[in-house]
Design a protein around this ligand. Sequence first.
Ligand code: SF4
Length: 249
Amino acid sequence: MVSTGSPPEATAAWVDWVDWAVERFGHSLRIACSLAVEDCLLVDAVAERAAKLGLARERSPSVFVLDTGRLHEESYQVLEALRERYDLEFDVKFPSPERLEPLLRAKGALSFFASTEARRECCAVRKVEPLGRALLGASAWMTGQRRTQAVTRAELPVLERDEAHGGLAKVNPLALVNDVELRAEVERRRVVVHPLHGRGYPSIGCAPCTRAVSPGEDARAGRWWWEDPAHKECGLHPARVTPRAGSDT
Ligand code: SF4
């Protein structure tokens, strides 16, 4: 079933946005899953709505995971737990060997520590190009981004148009959800929780580029911790802050 209904108000409950997107886009909706708790919550809500609508797996939204080749072992455990629990299609996208192998040959396996530019080059090969393939044929995608995660997400809208991918609708149902609300929803629904969240990792990414943060630190402080916070996006999502004068671009 694909509805043509109008989107909810921007301030509507996050789950109303999920329900609307599932009904509006059906199988042409793709859920981006980093395996962090926000995305596991979305998978839970999407599966619930699809089941209520009586959508078979092949007519339900699908979930995609970008396997960069550098994920934590625990991330694979989370993926398997999701696959076991939900009757949804899980599409795992790997980097293209045609792009990754020349990068490794020329610059080695740790080039991303050298500079922001080198880090973005690695993210472009391991994440951004596979994302384009994950979205082929989609009408919309959904992410678990939240405004409070980072300065780069402070102005994140709930619904936007993704010009980088041909004008697809991009739905961020959790944009306005704070930490307390997130925890309550996760507990209430008994969502799969990545083990690293309990070890000080609020954000989950590639193993060499992610570390635990101290209490009170920005949720994304453990990602690319050697860089200016204004640049901490991997290219999957546009940053919405103006870089400080004199900083890297
Ligand atoms: S997060 Fe690190 S290892 Fe992963 S793609 Fe980006 S630079 Fe490469």
